[in-house]
Design a protein around this ligand. Structure first.
Ligand code: AMP
Length: 370
């Protein structure tokens, strides 16, 4: 179903635009979002289940929300839509919100929400996401459709797997058979050997300056908005990142150990400068393609992340896209080597708040919300 433009306009017509509150589930990247919203002069609302979370946020007065909405279950948020709209709340979504509500509930949450919620339909289907990225000009790891054809390391990913939990690496068909759970949907991808870089971009369709994304297809010849590189991280993944300490692959198998890919933290990185133009080319293509996903598509809005592996041939392989703020932007509450060049202390959370403020001034706030 989702939210129509008319519904959104109706809600926003009743909003006091000088009195907007930025609302966020107190998890994931919320410290950064709340801190950034405060830096840009917004009132803030934290949404949480359980008093522990609220108490924990008091440890960070620079982000501690002005007001709290306490729930017994995150799904109760759906029933609080009117309460939130009365307070002129704009919700900033992140991965935990989508996970806690479930994708369909998130799409139907009756509160103005930053970004384009419809993108989730392409993001959450591995096949649709693959087509989107390929059409956007990204290079991707190859896919093995017949497990008998596995003739080198592959990674097997289950459809609903969270944070890489349950993924496994197989070297051949026997390996695959031994580990696979055939009751679940899975995709077999070439295991790309290289360094992982998670590129955090921001696309502002209301900005007319800077690096302008050129439209394609039905938008050919149009400038779609400004693309910025905010920061870059690599994830710490337990236990694959520390596996090498136990010896060779053969040693590990003798110990019946298999690597796991559970994210435990993030580290800041920068890319060789000569790779940046290709990074922008892929991000631009991905944004341009997002406007062509279906007729009347609103395209990407706001923060997104290309999750890549750079090989020793200096080639990117994009293995995933996330169409909202990622937790990998958390090391950059005080800015990054990239965002500092444009303006010091500009986190992605603050950039979101800044774009909301500017769009309100220009009378274009609807263009950033869904
Ligand atoms: P994902 O759920 O797609 O974000 O993947 C979780 C983790 O699995 C990544 O951070 C990588 O460490 C690893 N991974 C995913 N796809 C590949 C691939 N094609 N080749 C190598 N490692 C991968």
């Amino acid at each position: 179903m989702g939210i129509s433009r008319e519904q959104l306009s109706g809600w926003l017509a009743a909003y006091d635009k000088d009195n907007i509150t930025i609302g966020v589930i107190a998890s994931h990247s919320a410290l950064q979002i709340l801190h950034g919203a405060r830096q840009e002069g917004f009132k803030t609302l934290g949404i949480a289940v359980g008093d522990n979370r609220r108490r924990f946020y008091s440890a960070f007065p620079g982000a501690d929300p002005d007001e709290w909405l306490m729930l017994d279950d995150y799904r109760e948020l759906l029933e609080q839509a009117e309460w939130l709209r009365k307070r002129n709340v704009i919700i900033i979504p992140h991965g935990s919100l989508v996970e806690y509500l479930g994708p369909e509930n998130f799409r139907n949450l009756q509160v103005p929400t930053f970004g384009n919620r419809e993108i989730l339909r392409w993001e959450s289907s591995r096949e649709a996401q693959r087509q989107w990225l390929l059409n956007g000009g990204c290079t991707l790891p190859s896919v093995v459709t017949d497990p008998h054809q596995i003739d080198g390391p592959v990674i097997v990913k289950y459809a609903g797997a969270k944070g890489g939990r349950g993924y496994f690496i197989a070297r051949d068909y026997r390996d695959f058979r031994r580990n696979v759970n055939l009751d679940e949907d899975f995709m077999i991808q070439e295991y790309v050997l290289g360094c992982r870089y998670y590129l955090h971009f921001f696309f502002d369709p209301t900005a007319e300056d800077g690096f302008q994304v050129q439209g394609k297809g039905s938008h050919a010849g149009k400038r779609l908005g400004r693309l910025e590189l905010m920061s870059m991280d690599r994830r710490d993944e337990s236990n694959v990142d520390e596996f090498y300490k136990l010896g060779s692959l053969r040693d590990l198998r003798e110990m019946t150990l298999e690597p796991t890919f559970v994210v435990t933290g993030n580290q800041p990185v920068v890319l060789r400068e000569s790779l940046l133009p290709r990074a922008f080319e892929m991000a631009e293509g991905t944004v341009a393609e997002s406007f062509e996903l279906e007729e009347g598509a609103r395209g990407m809005i706001g923060a997104f992340c290309l999750e890549t592996i750079v090989t020793d041939k200096l080639e990117f392989k994009v293995f995933e896209i996330s169409a909202r703020i990622v937790a990998g932007s958390n090391p950059f509450v005080g800015g990054s080597s990239y965002s500092d060049i444009n303006e010091p202390n500009m986190s992605t959370g603050r950039r979101i708040a800044r774009s909301i403020g500017k769009a309100i001034e220009k009378g274009k706030i609807e263009d950033l919300l869904s």
